[in-house]
Design a protein around this ligand. Sequence first.
Ligand SMILES: *Cc1c(COP(=O)(O)O)cnc(C)c1O
Length: 376
Amino acid sequence: MEKRRIYLASPTMNGSERGYIEEAFATNWIAPLGPNVNEFEKELAAYVGITHAAALTSGTAAIHLALKAIGIRQGDIVFCSSLTFSATCNPIIYEGGIPVFIDSENDSWNMDPEALRKAFGKYPNAKAVLLVHLYGTPAKLKEIMDICKEYKVPLIEDAAESLGATYHGKQTGTFGSFGIYSFNGNKIITTSGGGMLVSKDGAAIEKARFWATQAREKEIHYEHKEIGYNYRMSNIVAGIGRGQLLSLDEFIEQKKSIYDTYKKAFEDIKDITMNPIPKQCEANYWLSCITLNKDSKVKPLDIMMALEEENIESRPIWKPMHLQPVFKEYDFIAKSEVFGTAEDIFNRGVCLPSDIKNTGEDMKKIIGIIRALFNC
Ligand SMILES: *Cc1c(COP(=O)(O)O)cnc(C)c1O
């Protein structure tokens, strides 16, 4: 018999999503927009503690509209975390901007404030900072916000992976001028696909909604003064989101328990280190990751292959953007001229299966396979 696959992170439905969808069917609010969209925006904004939110088709669309709202144009430099998914920086290119990639630090794996300061030294006219809270762990927000204030540059937080995570008790995504969340299939909550743009600036969110609905002017006929996009979330999709949001706290607890289980299980193996979570924050533990010591005989690929043999999904750490062929012409700034932290984490890291539906048995099996590679 084919073994049941153990996933990295797959959708976990709680059942309540159907109620919202059925209501949409019953009232024929299949499209456009509708009450689920409005309510999902309000409920998510209330959850993270911000005043305004726009529900969109994806997290990528949310990043795109955040850059537009800030006014990024042809030739503008945007400082962007290098250790991330390409969706973070692609929208900079959509607007004709120039990404300059910033290295990571070792305490949270996120944007290194020292490297960011160095980047401002080299490019004092940069127009925005776009940082990521990778794998659900908040970046060094205080240090980075201080630098942004000093240079009077707006901050965009890509909190696609970190919904529910807090820094000094405040939700990621609510510190910068704009924050974005993703409800893609493998994120901590999912709508099958979707995203949210949040801000304290109500007028900016209103403008984002306007761009997201084809930039239709308020006329009876179709009047257009700007280029628009078809980026708005549907009422069906938003219904799934409303149901999912009810489980977010529980999901974070379950993800934390997965992280704690791995941490305990590998405590005695000196070659394995869990992804670091700084004291000043509460992560959402979206993915549990490990790095292997440089001289470890077991390599990340050995772990991924051994797991795959048992039909268990794992994956490499994101390959840094400054190492991607498509972005090779753009600059990269690191604290050190000779050593890149993001590249080092990529070379030594693995994302372990972190699916909320992993049973105790699944966890034992995964841990057993990895321990066996270290002869433990
Ligand atoms: C998933 C993800 C995105 C993109 O979100 P989509 O909803 O898939 O467009 C952006 N940034 C990061 C860091 C992500 O993990």
